[in-house]
Design a protein around this ligand. Structure first.
Ligand SMILES: [Ca+2]
Ligand SMILES: [Ca+2]
Ligand SMILES: [Ca+2]
Length: 382
């Protein structure tokens, strides 16, 4: 395991200390989220920049086979900016692409306290003023941090200027947004931490940025100085539909299957109709599939049922059992992985299909029946 410590507000100048217990840790200010985060206290002796004896960080634990790598995107003077025939302006800064109707440019004004560089996003009196940030290879990313200044080169900034930053949850049709207020001083660059504000920014397909103010002046220039992201090699796909094939559909809906939140879809069986079976369908996101997994979280009101998790092989037109266990009274999470012949488990249009099947291990005498639940079904590919 590798341990990385991140401050929540130190604006971007990483410092080294020695360890989580004695002050020996690495503080990365550009951090960010790959996997689990824990709040810890870190003690540091000695140096001036520590104003208090103790202070808190967020500890990030990253597996050895890390699925992500942090990347900083800047806009130095000379970075090409171009427009297309639809008047969309583009700036390609791999792994990200920036796009906006009506324009932007690379800031060349180097008059202190502002500095040259950064994506200068001008005032635009149009509905199409959104700055779109995408990852052209289709991979999901964590939008960890961005640094910006509002109303640069003006004597002052309007009150309450903020950026409205939207995102689309990777692999799901879920859109959300978060407001980030500037500090009111347009001579300082402000650092924002989207993931800390809304953890959904840790796995998104794209970002939209709009500027607004609380006094009705909603169209103000700003400079996006730099962006920190963590590209994710792993991508997710949630079901786009599901079908109860055996048993009785006993409540829940597609949204019930998206998250591990105990909002569930239910399948009712009885002694005359004793098998339960649900089919999940989805479409994989773009990108190469080297490995395909299907994760299922669910339970049953009795545990003398065999639960089969199956992934469909389009080449052989049959299902492969990827996990078999007894049904559990409490929710359990199981995962099946396809590593060989992976291409056979999706279609040319990237459709995938999995089923979960419950079969009683002996005749059951239960006049009132029993229930099986599905809390979450999700594919991951990498
Ligand atoms: Ca500021
Ligand atoms: Ca659950
Ligand atoms: Ca759920």
């Amino acid at each position: 395991m590798r341990f990385v410590l991140a401050t929540m507000n130190d604006g971007g100048h990483g410092r080294s200390v020695r360890s989580p217990t004695t002050a020996t840790c690495i503080i990365f200010q550009r951090t960010l989220l790959c996997e689990t985060s824990y709040a810890v206290r870190c003690k540091r002796r000695g140096r001036k920049w520590m104003k208090s004896k103790y202070f808190s960080f967020v500890l990030l634990v990253v597996g050895v086979a890390s699925v992500c790598s942090a990347e900083e995107i800047t806009f130095p003077v000379g970075t090409p900016v171009y427009y297309d025939s639809n008047l969309y302006w583009h700036c390609n800064r791999p792994p990200l692409h920036f796009q906006r109707f009506g324009g932007f440019s690379i800031n060349t004004n180097n008059s202190a306290p502002w500095h040259a560089g950064g994506l200068l996003v001008p005032r635009l009196d149009s509905d199409n003023k959104t700055l779109w940030i995408t990852k052209p290879d289709g991979g999901a990313f964590s939008f960890d941090q961005f640094v910006a200044v509002e109303s640069p080169f003006e004597s002052s900034a309007p009150t309450g200027v903020h950026l409205i930053v939207g995102g689309k949850v990777a692999g799901q049709a879920i859109y959300f947004s978060q407001e980030f207020f500037f500090d009111g001083n347009n001579t300082t660059y402000d650092t924002f931490l989207p993931v800390a504000a809304d953890s959904r920014f840790s796995s998104i397909d794209w970002v939209s940025v709009n500027i607004d103010s609380t006094i009705g002046v909603d169209n103000i220039a700003y400079i996006l100085d730099r962006v920190l992201i963590t590209a994710q090699a792993t991508q997710l796909a949630s079901p786009t539909s599901y079908t109860v094939l055996q048993g009785l559909d006993f409540g829940g809906n597609l949204a019930s299957l998206l998250n591990s939140d105990d909002n569930k879809a239910y399948v009712l069986c009885d002694e005359f109709d004793s098998n339960g079976e649900v089919q999940f369908d989805s479409t994989l996101p773009a990108g190469t599939v080297n490995q395909l997994k299907f994760k299922f979280e669910g339970s049953a009101s009795r545990n003398d049922l065999s639960q089969f998790v199956r992934m469909f092989n389009y080449s052989t037109n049959s299902y492969t059992n990827v996990n078999v266990q007894n049904a559990t009274i409490q929710d359990s999470v199981v995962e099946g992985t396809i590593t060989t012949g992976v291409a056979n488990y999706s279609t040319g249009t990237r459709e995938v299909r999995s089923r979960v099947l419950w079969i009683p291990q002996a005749d059951i005498d239960a006049a009132d029946g029993w229930v099986q639940t599905c809390d979450q079904a999700i594919w991951t590919m990498n």
